[in-house]
Design a protein around this ligand. Structure first.
Ligand code: PLP
Length: 334
């Protein structure tokens, strides 16, 4: 792999920290848990989308775009990070926000990410739940192009082969960090949603022959569908970066048992995980992704599925801004 072949902008100082979570590891009685702090990617309070945007905005700039169109749920972290990066490069950002969750909650609809979208001057348009939102974004992009604008459309979550380069690169960064520290990693655990993070990691690790498995904890779809999405994107990304032979299907593993009632709907385990990381480690998770992923990891440790003797790296994908969209729920767990 030779990633410098692809256009890129630099958005944060790499590497993000790799820290051992002594208190959490002790509280659970093992395994040895580390965290890769991709919640610390600086722009607009950080998160995993900043890594993807280095490559997506790189390509947008190379194409001469001045208007970014993207989409997400109302409390989308991706839209918040995209809106901020667009401003940094003097671009307009139009975001289509999907009412994916049926709620009248004032905090969910007005605070957290959506408040910051507005601060970043993002042009917000709302859509009803259940539409093909990437198709909606393409359609809106085509309309703006017809009006003479130089538009670059970024799919939901920044998850295509270009955005996934952010996590191919993160895999390289993480393994180099671990090698320099003499840290042997048995497994990486991450939230998996629109699939770019999970797919990028798998391709990066495969391209280095690192032989470190990745466990994705799903936040929306059933396992079969989630794994299919990750595998499809991993194959496209592997071809794009030139990883010969692609990736083996067995490398794609998702556990989707911790979604609860649906995307963005709180679970008891998420509440416990958010509180536990805050109080044991002073680390903020988020209610939609990293909170549910951590809840899954904690449960799998308690059940012995993840062994006590392992060394696990939890990839913290950010999202704490979303906590402010869930005041009522969180007040009940503190
Ligand atoms: C988008 C997001 C994820 C999921 O990443 P994908 O690449 O969409 O699978 C995880 N955590 C947070 C906080 C996110 O915003």
């Amino acid at each position: 792999m030779h990633l410098a072949r692809f256009p890129r902008v630099r958005l944060f100082p790499a590497p993000t920290p790799l820290e051992r979570l002594d208190n959490l590891s002790r509280a659970l009685g093992g395994p040895e848990i580390w965290v890769k702090r991709d919640d610390c990617t600086v722009v607009a309070t950080g998160g995993n989308k900043v890594r993807k945007l280095e490559w997506l905005i790189g390509e947008a700039k190379a194409q001469g775009a001045s208007h970014i169109v993207t989409q997400g749920a109302v409390q989308s972290n991706h839209v918040r990070q995209t809106a901020a990066v667009a401003r940094k490069f003097g671009m307009t950002c139009t975001a289509l926000l999907e009412h994916r969750i049926d709620t009248n909650d004032r905090d969910y609809l007005g605070s957290g990410n959506v408040l910051l979208d507005k601060l970043f001057g993002c042009r917000i348009e709302y859509r009803q739940g259940g539409l093909d939102m990437n198709a909606e974004a393409e359609k809106r992009g085509a309309e703006l192009r017809a009006g003479g604008e130089a538009v670059y459309v970024i799919p939901g979550g920044g998850s295509n082969k270009v955005g996934a380069l952010g996590y191919v690169s993160c895999a390289q960064e993480l393994m180099q960090q671990a090698d320099e520290m003499g840290l042997r990693i048995d497994r990486i655990v991450t939230a998996t949603g629109s699939a770019g993070t999970h797919a990028g990691l798998i391709v990066g690790l495969e391209g280095m022959n690192a032989q470190v498995p990745v466990l994705g904890i799903g936040v929306r779809l059933a396992r079969e569908q989630q794994e299919a999405n990750v595998y499809r994107l991993a194959l496209a990304t592997a071809e794009y970066v030139g990883v010969k032979g692609g990736v083996p299907r067995e490398a794609v593993v998702a556990n989707c048992d911790y979604v609860g009632a649906g995307y963005g709907i709180p679970t008891e385990g998420m509440g416990e995980a958010v509180r536990m990381l805050a109080q044991e480690e002073g680390i903020l998770l988020d209610p939609v992704y990293s909170g549910k992923a951590m809840a899954g990891m904690i449960d799998l440790i308690r059940k012995g599925v993840l062994a006590k003797g392992e060394t696990i790296v939890f990839l913290h994908t950010g999202g704490a801004v979303g906590l402010f969209g869930y005041n009522t729920f969180l007040e009940g767990v503190v």
